[in-house]
Design a binder for this molecule. Structure first.
Ligand code: NDP
Length: 293
């Protein structure tokens, strides 16, 4: 079997075109604006932020990048978040991770007002997702993975899914999201025993562990759907967490790296930003009863 390649690049491009139309046709006042908080000088973060800004501009969403020295203290950063929370022109706020060691990222992410938390990383939105609540902002990468699966017509109900990686930004929210879509999910990590055995039981495998080409063809059930989240640079070239050349001969569907999950992440962030803007314009009360009573 040679797998059908799921082109995240094409699917994301169509989603961005649809979003641009929606933004253009929005009949109310104002423009959606995403605020990006960038601390320190991490080269990868700077590239991601540049890409987000360019993609936002292309769909008619404003993007204000605020950069701070890596020496900034936690209280000062919390004040920045408070100001953005109060600023009526800002629709969504994201904090580029990782943050420097002196800053507790949980404190910072928790401070973002839930109805502006378009990355969905705050405990409040993570909690709403676990309740399968419609107001939850779902983290962009898991949301993008779900969109890819649905776009190519994968039936989810009753499927066995193995997710490799339990981070708060990919693995855990994806496990919740797919559970909400009636999958049976195994969330694997570095301490999981017999990982290849577990993966062999999976109808859908999601690799999100940052280990180049960890998943081999002989780990896969014939016809499995393979989603590769990993972004690794090996000898100057990008590769995923799946051995793509091998795996595509065994899988039914597979995402490439690059051009798979990555472009969806940015598209979903922009969709979340427009959603936040619309909710705020419609004076939809924030679901959080703590900060927005
Ligand atoms: P983290 O480093 O936060 O988490 C990695 C996870 O993988 C951990 O849960 C870790 O286990 C697990 N893990 C590591 N090694 C193994 C192993 N050998 N076997 C099983 N599990 C293992 O990573 P992220 O979630 O932030 O990112 C994962 C990958 O996805 C990276 O390559 C990153 O660049 C990429 N990424 C891509 C995005 C996109 O848009 N395409 C977006 C976000 C990330 P433990 O918890 O036990 O340590």
């Amino acid at each position: 079997m040679t797998a059908q390649i799921i082109s995240g690049k094409e699917i994301a491009s169509r989603r961005r075109e649809d979003l641009a139309e929606k933004v253009k046709n929005y009949s109310g006042s104002g423009t959606p604006v995403l605020a990006v908080v960038l601390v320190g000088e991490d080269e990868a973060s700077e590239i991601y932020v540049r890409n987000k800004k360019k993609a936002a501009a292309a769909v008619g969403i404003g993007c204000e990048v605020m950069t701070f020295a890596s020496s900034i203290g936690e209280n000062a950063l919390l004040e920045v978040i408070d100001e953005l929370n109060e600023n009526p022109h800002i629709s969504g706020i994201i904090v580029q991770l990782p943050l420097p060691k002196q800053i507790n990222s949980l404190h910072v992410l928790s401070r973002i007002r839930p109805d502006k938390d378009v990355d969905g990383f705050s405990p409040y939105n993570a909690g709403l997702l676990s309740y399968n609540h419609p107001d939850a902002f779902v983290a962009a990468t898991p949301k993008g993975i779900l969109a890819l699966l649905l776009a190519v017509g994968i039936e989810l109900t009753g499927k066995n899914v193995v997710i490799i990686g339990r981070s708060n930004i990919v693995g855990k929210p994806l496990a919740m999201l797919l559970t909400n879509h009636n999958c049976t999910v195994t969330l694997a990590h570095s301490k999981t025993q017999n990982l290849s055995e577990a993966v062999r039981q999976a109808d859908i495998v999601v690799a999100a562990c940052g280990r180049p080409k960890l998943v081999k063809a002989d780990w896969l059930k014939e016809g499995a759907v393979v989603i590769d989240v990993g972004i690794n640079r090996v000898d100057g070239r990008l590769c995923g967490d799946v051995d793509f050349e091998e795996a595509k001969e065994k899988a039914s569907f597979i995402t490439p790296v690059p051009g798979g999950v990555g472009p969806m992440t940015v598209a979903m962030l922009l969709e979340n930003t427009f959603e936040a803007f619309c909710r705020q314009q419609n004076n939809q009360a924030c679901c959080c009863r703590h900060c927005c009573s």
